[in-house]
Write a protein that binds this ligand. Sequence first.
Ligand SMILES: Cc1cc2nc3c(=O)[nH]c(=O)nc-3n(C[C@H](O)[C@H](O)[C@H](O)COP(=O)(O)OP(=O)(O)OC[C@H]3O[C@@H](n4cnc5c(N)ncnc54)[C@H](O)[C@@H]3O)c2cc1C
Length: 428
Amino acid sequence: MAWQSPISPGVSWYQDSLGERPQYAAMDGSRTVDVAIIGGGFTGLQAAFNLAKAGVSVALVEGYRFGDGASGRNGGQFGTGQRAWPDEMEKEVGFERSKALFDIAENAKHYVLDFARDHGIDMEFLPGQLNVLHKKSYERTYRQSVEAMRSRYGYGHVSFMEKAETAERLGSDHYHFGVRDTGTGHIHPLKLIAGLAKAAKAAGAQIFEMTPARSINQSGGKTMIETPSGSITAARVLIATNAHIGNLEPVTAAHVMPIRSFIGATVPLDRFPTIIPGKEAVADSRFVVRYFRKTPDNRLLFGGREAYTADSPRDISKHIRKQIAEIYPALQDIEMTHAWGGSVGITLTRQPFVREVMPGVMSIGGFSGHGVMLSNYCGKLYADMVVSRDKALEQFSSLDVPSFPGGTALRAPLLFLALSWYALRDRF
Ligand SMILES: Cc1cc2nc3c(=O)[nH]c(=O)nc-3n(C[C@H](O)[C@H](O)[C@H](O)COP(=O)(O)OP(=O)(O)OC[C@H]3O[C@@H](n4cnc5c(N)ncnc54)[C@H](O)[C@@H]3O)c2cc1C
């Protein structure tokens, strides 16, 4: 029977199309290493791989299976730059900083592509992304962003699409305009996770599934992580739990908030050749973003849904199909083969949370729906920092990411209200 993760609803199309999903043993007995990592998503596994490759002794524990968090269940879209458009980012951090963050994201894109190629991982990369406008009034700012990216950020892969081109590339006239980005693309994220775990193990990292970290304690300059089957003592620790931090560490919990996002997969759309004929990934301009893409076998993978509670796969399918039909009325009765959800780790500013939360304990997460390439790269940059005191990670750790107001009791209801407001604003 297909593995059903207890932390996220539904069996994903990724899991069913992966082929065999390699299993890794749970940790058995205590150990001492240079670096301990909690969380087996892109961030944690990339850190483990790069540390082990450099000869650092490293042990990683994952509470369930690798990729059971966001990394194995996401929309697979790389995007370009940071979560915000670079000219928006500029208003917050100035041009130089914004350009440095843009360049880091370009490095991240190339790093992930090179990593997959070098390790023979077929992550089913398909090129292209379309950012489409659900409101006509956004036209001017999107045109400005395209112009800024081309002229000041040296990124010539973007172009503004008029209504006709947008409709043709989407196979729908639902959106007003769009931005085409030929310098990015989308992937099968669980295939990347499977290849990454294999590479980390082969490099010498000790990596364990089904091993939840229960507590983090410090004494005598060492940090101890307790698990049900033993402890890990380490000089340094990386918390890479993202939205799933729970009560493990309060500073991360105050800064990274889980919100649910849901994805549905249709049967192959061979009868509908006009729907995204170029197979680009699509993301729209809603605050509660809708994101969709065609798989190599012609399915539509559609993500979104304006609700923030867990749900059954049948309910997810129903709501996702309704959203699909708003864009593609011909698909109103399309059969959905898979429906699943996951927790997106978001921060108040939607910039990643990268911080030393206890002496020698770094926390990295909260990529706010833009972590497929950035989380991989931040894991690598963490390893670079440990191995050679590289400073690139400071581009993120020096960002001013405040905690959510309301403490752990009030922040979820407050966020629910805020997101409901934005969802309403998206509609009107
Ligand atoms: C539905 C969905 C769609 C998304 N779509 C996109 C997209 O299209 N493009 C994009 O760029 N980003 C997208 N994202 C975000 C992206 O997937 C994440 O930013 C990225 O995967 C984060 O990786 P991570 O390793 O930091 O965290 P995760 O992948 O969430 O990994 C954290 C891991 O820590 C483990 N863990 C937690 N607590 C413990 C503990 N106490 N002990 C041991 N292990 C523990 C969890 O089980 C989990 O496996 C999406 C996310 C979701 C949920």
